[in-house]
Ligand binder design. Structure first.
Ligand code: GDP
Ligand code: MG
Ligand code: K
Length: 270
C-alpha cells in the first residue's frame, strides 16, 4: 500500500459510521481509547487490506474540552495518520467546514467526502460547486451518499491514489497572521516544524493542554503575553474569539465562492 493509516473524522451525524462500514469489511476491531469511555473502532479498507481505517469520535471542534475532541486531536497530532478523510454533511456545510479548517490547521493530508448528497439534491434549495469547493480548500472533494455504498468508487479510488499535494494553510486576517508568525518564532524550537502552525494557533487560543505541554520559560511567557495582549487590543476581542471569527470569515468566503442558494437567487431577482 502507498499508505498505512487513514483517519476518519467528522461532526456527529455526518455519516461517519455509515461510511466506515461501507469502506471496511465485516472485520472491525472495537475497543476503547485509553483512559476514556469513548469507543475506538478500526477496520481495513475492503479494496486494500493493508490500509487501516481508524474511526475517530464525532466532534465539532478540536478544542480540548471533551474526551471526543481530545482523542481526535491527539490522534491527528501525535499518531500522524498518512491521510485524513473528513466526512462533511453537505446539508450543513458551514458548520461542518468549521471542523475541516481545524483539521487543516494540523497539516495532515486531507480528502473531503461531501456526504448526504442525495438529501442535498432532493431538497433542491442549494447547489454546491464541488470543483470550486475543492479549489477554495485546495483539497480533493468527493461527493458521497454513504447509504449507497455501490456509488463510492470515486472515493475509494481517491483514497488509493497518490497522496494529494500539500495544501496551503487557510489564510486568516493579515493582523492575525502576523501575530501567528511572531508566535511561531517564539515556539519554533519546541515543536515539530510541520506542526508549527497548529501550535501557534493553539498558543494564540490559550489552549490549556498545549500551554502546559510546551512548558514555557518566563522569558518566552513574557514574549507571548506581549503578542497576545497586542492582538486583543488591535481586535478589541479575546484571542480565542479572534480565531473563531477568522475561521467563520474564511468559511463565508468559501461559501460565497462555491454555493448557490436558490432562495437567495429568487430574492435577489425580485
Ligand atoms: P455518524 O454520527 O457520523 O456516525 O453518522 P451515521 O453514520 O450514524 O449516520 C447518521 C444517520 O444518517 C443514519 O441514519 C444514516 O443512515 C444516515 N446517513 C448517513 N449517510 C447518509 C447519506 O449519505 N444519505 C442519507 N440519506 N442518509 C445518510
Ligand atoms: Mg457514528
Ligand atoms: K463532541
Amino acid at each position: 500500500a502507498i499508505r498505512e493509516t487513514l483517519a476518519l473524522v467528522g461532526n456527529p451525524n455526518s455519516g461517519k459510521t455509515t461510511l466506515f462500514n461501507a469502506l471496511t469489511g465485516a472485520k472491525q476491531h472495537i475497543g476503547n481509547w485509553p483512559g476514556v469511555t469513548v469507543e475506538r473502532k478500526s477496520g481495513r479498507l475492503k479494496a486494500d487490506n493493508a490500509l487501516v481505517i481508524q474511526d475517530l469520535p464525532g466532534t465539532y471542534s478540536l478544542s480540548p474540552y471533551s474526551s471526543e475532541e481530545i482523542v481526535t486531536r491527539d490522534f491527528l497530532l501525535n499518531d500522524q495518520p498518512d491521510l485524513v478523510l473528513n466526512v462533511v454533511d453537505a446539508t450543513n456545510l458551514e458548520r461542518n467546514l468549521y471542523l475541516t479548517l481545524q483539521v487543516m490547521e494540523t497539516g495532515r493530508p486531507l480528502i473531503v467526502a461531501l456526504n448526504m448528497m442525495d438529501v442535498l439534491v432532493k431538497t433542491g434549495h442549494r447547489t454546491i460547486n464541488l470543483k470550486k469547493l475543492s479549489y477554495a480548500l485546495q483539497v480533493p472533494v468527493i461527493a458521497t451518499t454513504a447509504t449507497k455504498p455501490a456509488a463510492l468508487q470515486e472515493l475509494v479510488q481517491t483514497i488509493q491514489a497518490p497522496l494529494p499535494k500539500p495544501y496551503a494553510f487557510p489564510e486568516y486576517d493579515a493582523r492575525l497572521e502576523s501575530a501567528l508568525t511572531m508566535l511561531e518564532d517564539v515556539i519554533d524550537q519546541k515543536v515539530p516544524a510541520d506542526r508549527l502552525r497548529w501550535y501557534a494557533i493553539k498558543v494564540f487560543e490559550k489552549d490549556p493542554q498545549v500551554v502546559k505541554q510546551l512548558a514555557f520559560s518566563s522569558d518566552e511567557q513574557h514574549q507571548m503575553n506581549e503578542i497576545l495582549r497586542t492582538a486583543e487590543h488591535v481586535f478589541d476581542d479575546t484571542t480565542d474569539s479572534i480565531i473563531v471569527n477568522a475561521r467563520y470569515d474564511f468559511i463565508a468566503r468559501v461559501i460565497a465562492m462555491c454555493v448557490v442558494d436558490k432562495d437567495d437567487f429568487v430574492m435577489s431577482m425580485s
